[in-house]
Ligand binder design. Sequence first.
Ligand code: AMP
Ligand code: GLY
Length: 440
Amino acid sequence: MKVLVIGSGGREHSLVWKISQSPLVQKLYCAPGNGGTALKAENIDIRATDIDTLLAFALEHRIDLTVVGPEAPLVDGIVDEFQQEGLKIFGPKKELALLEGSKVYAKQVMKKYSIPTADFKIFDDPQRAKEYIKKKGAPIVVKADGLAAGKGVIVCKSIDEAHAAVDLIMLKRQFGAAGDRVIIEDCLEGEEASILIFTDGETIIPLVSSQDHKPIFDGDKGPNTGGMGAYAPAPLVNDEVFTKIIEEVFKPLIAGLKQEGKIYKGMLYAGLMIRENCPYALEFNVRFGDPETQVILPKLKSDLVEVMMQTVEGRLRARKLQWDEKFCLCVVLASGGYPGSYEKGKEIKGLEELDNREDIFTFHAGTRQKTDNRGQRTEFLTNGGRVLNIVSLGSTVKEAQAKVYSAIENIHFDKMHYRRDIGNKALKFLSQNSRIDCLP
Ligand code: AMP
Ligand code: GLY
């Protein structure tokens, strides 16, 4: 088979790494890819949002399966366009990618199928939104309807802050048309977890639970980022919570959509708030998570390409996935200044120290490889906000944590920044539940 992966982050490098292990795959491409994907796939210089050029490439190279990493091409309808040309592609069609593309649509669907979520109201008029905020009080959450590169959700501690958030989204148009409508939502307390499923629109195959760390600084301080680290499984998601998530969130959603004649195929990711063993859906993403994928795939023993083909072809019914029991942990190394402005082009030193370490996975995100004047590839340079993901498996949380942080000691680039507390929440949770550093 020939497989094309679309995207250029750590998620896509981990997808390329896992897909390259499949005996079904003879040739692997990544568009546009990064310095790391080039080690296992042929990088193709086409942007992830350039659907016409991607389609032309897939037709010309007779691609058997295309795997879409980021949300933007899914929301723009890449799956519909590929399918019209008879190509197999992993992901939902445009009408269902709206679950991520429109938070208003996602909340309406949650309400329709009685999926537990925070109470909310939708506004297209800023004045009405502000009056409602005044009535409800703070804390309160203001969300832009459309895609806003992960920045369209503002958790507000005061009424003034929430009013300013409405102005930012609806009047200053910070996120453009994404701010035509806002959702004003009750603020939920609890701890967050991510659950991803494969589904062919009928059968649901859950992946192991995971937990992202969005704020830039230790102790969940500072502005939100794309994700500074993750681990799997999330001890917070015990058997009871896991069952509730499948029964109360995913099953009603997939069955309800099917009744409407909408068959969801691909990866579906729920971001959840867990409080007192009860899950509340915060959002749906119609793709693999980043950095969740970087900790889920090293635990997956089954052939990813096989399960993706079964998803696309509606053959998931009898599917079982095999998992490594170990705990997997990922720390993201970021450029200084991220998620604000940062410099690119810094030389990354020490990567070769990790090349022969079978227990460490180095998934690149914002990197590129320099070429010298003879066209030979030389050192890696930083090329984005999130630069590298250092990942390891361990028999315990502490072991995985120690392996990752000692591996990081080898890596250097100017103004490198990373969180030093990834894994601590899992340790705290396990100790409070008197299962000190054991797996759930
Ligand atoms: P979303 O993109 O909707 O998942 O929101 C991004 C982040 O905002 C989440 O990961 C949460 O940290 C936070 N958030 C969203 N909705 C709520 C809510 N209703 N209550 C508390 N925090 C929220
Ligand atoms: N980990 C957050 C996301 O993938 O959206």
